[in-house]
Write a protein that binds this ligand. Sequence first.
Ligand SMILES: O=c1nc2n(C[C@H](O)[C@H](O)[C@H](O)CO)c3cc(O)ccc3cc-2c(=O)[nH]1
Ligand SMILES: C[C@H]1O[C@@H](n2cnc3c(N)ncnc32)[C@H](O)[C@@H]1O
Ligand code: SF4
Length: 380
Amino acid sequence: MISVAEAKSYKFVTGPDLFSLCQLSSQVRDECWGKQLTYSKKVFIPLTNMCRDSCGYCTFVQSPDSPNANYMTPEEVLKTAYEGEALACKEALFSLGERPEERHQLARDKLAALGYSDTLDYLHDQCESVLTHTSLLPHINAGALSYEELKKLKPVAASMGMMLENVSVDLLRKGQAHHACPDKTPKRRLDTIEQAGRLDIAFTTGILIGIGETWEDRVDSLMAIRERHLSYGHIQEVIIQNFRAKPGTAMAGCQEPDLDDMKRTIAVARLILPHDISIQAPPNLEVDYGSYISAGINDWGGISPLTKDFINPERAWPQIESVAKACQGLGYDLNERLTIYSRFQQQESRYLDSNLTQKVASLIHRNAAENIGIHGGAAL
Ligand SMILES: O=c1nc2n(C[C@H](O)[C@H](O)[C@H](O)CO)c3cc(O)ccc3cc-2c(=O)[nH]1
Ligand SMILES: C[C@H]1O[C@@H](n2cnc3c(N)ncnc32)[C@H](O)[C@@H]1O
Ligand code: SF4
């Protein structure tokens, strides 16, 4: 792992050339993860698109004035999960707005009609329903959560996640990406990662690239993740996600990060983070996604044969076969993994509630058989 000072000196223009950096990070990736990349076959469950925050980049959020502002019903949740199960998905990604009932009367009314007063209680019960009725494993991406909230949700999710975004407090200023977003303060985000560590929750986090942060801010954010992982060991993956500008948002006119900037950040993330952390970049937010492999990623995140990426709905998922081809072209197999990585899966593991161990064990078997069947490759 490189030092803060080294990482900060690796920036564009004055730092080492991109090719050497990528060679170095690929070497580290190959040593730790071998000649295989992974993805998780998932369905997306956008439980509610209302939110008390208003991030400058987000089109997922719907204002209460919009006819599209909603909560999914329990029937809609199960329908999506059943359809995903039929297509061999193994992850149900619950992704939602943060505490909408604390800001919007419409959210309170819609929750009350469903028999709830708290979005997180509804989330708990919908994860439980998916666990009861299907073989899918819930992954919860509900933003900043407290120790008590995480603790309540742990028995109904195999893993959880929340993008740190960035530790820069400058992004909270007026006119910046996180202005008027109480859940995007670095303090709340870092505290969520810390509490998930105390609770032994297999956790995904990451940074969003190109939202007004500096190179040094990126390094500081990755260092903050590294420190918490060194304390608790619970970070299973770090997502390096590029901002995509969306019409109709406050940041519609902002410059998107270019591919070289993404590659440099991925390579440096690989060198900064402990090597047992998976590095993920989504394949649907960059046309030349194959070049992420040369920058040092080992994972593509969730890919869905059924549902769109509701956060980037205009960016279609590539066919899994075309991702596999890109991997093979560079000498890597593509294997399916579960939402909880193998390192955290052991039976009696402190990371899994006892009612989840059996479900995970049977999916491990299915996954291994499918990986051998489809790719002729090694099972995970
Ligand atoms: O389809 C998406 N999946 C997103 N995922 C899902 C992710 O691709 C997979 O669910 C995980 O790799 C677990 O398998 C996230 C998960 C998190 O915990 C935190 C943030 C994200 C962000 C996205 C996203 O923008 N789009
Ligand atoms: C779930 C995660 O999706 C990311 N997210 C939200 N909006 C965008 C966008 N326009 N471009 C890229 N990523 C985005 C944020 O990082 C959030 O935490
Ligand atoms: S990115 Fe998440 S927190 Fe921000 S407005 Fe969208 S749903 Fe809310």
